[in-house]
Write a protein that binds this ligand. Structure first.
Ligand code: ZN
Length: 410
């Protein structure tokens, strides 16, 4: 059965070369005005004009004069956890710092306690609500990190819960080095040994993760400890991602470059040398303005310098219960435009095609082109620039994954 999507005020295809977009390419969304798309068996066959495509289809989806775009690809999330940290949110507003809250047993460790106590089924149930939020915001694929278990069994429990995420596309990442757990406090090197010698080999053998990530920051895991973990992960065939330079400039971006990581994420404090190193090594920066906003900071990463340097910038939510409790890519686009001075087009390229390449999925998703999976969203706007402009509005009217309606009008 063939389906034609018609009535698109703008069909935002992001068609282009088979690689991530850099520099001025990020402003070219390859929009077809009054465009149409032909889908068969969940795969895009053609995009073009309505006249060419409508006659070939047995079924019609009419977008009603609205924007049709690829689903957002959210390349950095922590979606599986128990409980939440609304209490700490209030404490921070009243003046407590993140470090003070963490020292008192709050922060990531409090989510670890609650997540360890939950069963796999309870975590799957809790995650269902988060998945619905992602869909309502027009996201069709997420990267999903573990990191709230911090024992072999609890990390496997999280990764098995991640493997059960439906209907979103999902790329699993092992983040055993998220924070040193309570029982290893003051014994970081012993915990690193546990990650390297027990967790990583078993998780790789069970194929529970495609990537390994480390929170590389003084007080969490230093550059040398991060190098040890990521080198071991690379030997096991995992791709690499790094939480880098979020709270200080510690050399984490340079480490990402040295190891040939797929991404370096955060980069609020990365130096000009760090940006050059990422460019030379072809590492994609994943920028997470939601965490800057939610922490009440104004130190956003320097997206303009990165685009000028030719980096294939990615935007993501960093959805997590502590520092970025938002699943909304439209909100992230709005922050990228207003706070980081990215144009709406650059922000959309960063949240779709560039994000897909950062997850090793550039051949399959991230743009509307022949041969790719028909993951697309009808937004309740006539112009793509309205997505970051009307902030706080749920813009996704209908969401399709593999040509199937998963939200909205079916
Ligand atoms: Zn994160």
């Amino acid at each position: 059965m063939s389906i034609a999507v018609v009535g698109c005020s703008q069909l935002v295809t992001l068609a282009g070369p088979a690689r991530p977009r850099t520099g001025a390419e990020m402003r070219d969304l390859a929009i077809i005005d009054d465009g149409a798309m032909l889908i068969e068996n969940g795969i895009i066959q053609r995009v073009g004009s309505r006249r060419d495509i409508e006659a070939q289809a047995s079924e019609i989806i009419d977008a009603g004069g609205r924007v049709v775009m690829p689903g957002f690809v959210d390349a950095h999330t922590h979606p599986v956890f128990a409980g939440n940290r609304a209490g700490e949110f209030e404490q921070r507003i009243q003046g407590a710092t993140y470090a003070e809250i963490a020292a008192a047993g709050g922060g990531i460790r409090s989510t670890v306690r609650q997540t360890r106590a939950a069963t796999e089924d309870e975590l799957v149930d809790a995650t269902r609500r988060h998945v619905r939020w992602f869909l309502e915001n027009g996201t069709t694929t997420i990267e999903a990190k573990s990191g709230y278990g911090l024992t072999l069994d609890a990390e496997c429990k999280l990764l098995r819960a991640i493997a059960r995420i439906r209907p979103l596309g999902c790329v699993p990442t092992f983040l055993g080095a998220h924070v040193v757990p309570e029982e290893y406090r003051g014994h970081t090197s012993e915990y690193v040994c546990l990650v390297v010698n027990e967790m990583l080999p078993q998780i790789a053998a069970m194929k529970l993760a495609e990537y390994c990530d480390v929170f590389c920051e003084p007080g969490f895991f230093g550059v040398e400890e991060s190098r040890q973990i990521l080198t071991a992960a690379r030997r096991l065939g995992l791709g690499l991602r790094i939480h880098a330079d979020q709270l200080s400039s510690s050399g984490a971006a340079e480490l990402a470059a040295e190891l040939g990581a797929a991404t370096a994420d955060h980069l609020e404090h990365t130096s000009a040398d760090g940006i050059r190193a990422l460019q030379a090594a072809g590492v994609q920066p994943v920028l997470l303005p939601g965490s800057v906003y939610a922490l009440g900071s104004s130190q956003y990463p320097d997206a303009r310098a990165m685009i000028r340097a030719g980096l294939a910038v990615v935007l993501a939510t960093d959805f997590n219960p502590g520092t970025s409790p938002t699943p909304s890519m439209p909100m992230i686009l709005s922050l990228a435009c207003t706070q980081m001075k990215m144009t709406p087009a650059e922000a959309i390229a960063a949240a779709t095609i560039n994000a897909a390449y950062s997850l090793g999925r550039g051949h399959a998703i991230g743009s509307l082109e022949a041969g790719k999976r028909a993951d697309f969203v009808i937004h309740d706007f006539a112009d793509y620039r309205e997505i970051p402009y009307f902030f706080g509005v749920g813009s996704a009217r209908s969401v399709y994954i593999g040509g199937q309606a998963v939200l909205g009008e079916c």
